[in-house]
Each structure stands twice: as structure tokens, then as C-alpha cells.
Design a protein around this ligand. Sequence first.
Ligand code: ZN
Length: 86
Amino acid sequence: MLVQNGAGMMEDMETSAAACSEQQKLMDEVIKHLRRIADLSRETVLALEKRDDDRVRDLDHQVEQEIGRKERALGRLRQHREDHGC
Ligand SMILES: [Zn+2]
């Protein structure tokens, strides 16, 4: 993402955001869970279409667990940004 800095120069936000390795690690964690939720959701659609009720129930449970993990990871990321000011 490009942003205008004080000097009127365009600066790459990605570069400055990546300066904190802990933040990057926490962000990767959130992304990992979001991707997993997306994959599980696609699998749930297939199971629904096949009317595989047991599989739907199992996948639905996994989606719920992944959402919980994503929420906690997002909370850690927000907390780190607040504490570290990054
Ligand atoms: Zn930081």
C-alpha cells in the first residue's frame, strides 16, 4: 500500500510494517487461520452438495474452532500493535 508521507513522497507501507518481525509473525498467524477457514468452507460446500451430513457436522465444528483461533490470533496482533506502537 502506498501512502503520502510528510515530505510529499510516496512511501511503501509494507516496508515499514514489516520492520517489526513480531508483528509480521502475528499477522502470518492470523492469515494462516483465515486461509484454513476458507479451505474448510469450500470443503463444507462440497459435503453439503453431496448431502454428507456427518462430514458437514465435522467440518462445521472445525470451522468454529478455526474461527476461535483466528479471533485469538487477531487479539494478540492488536495487543502487540498497541503495546509496541508499531
Ligand atoms: Zn511491533
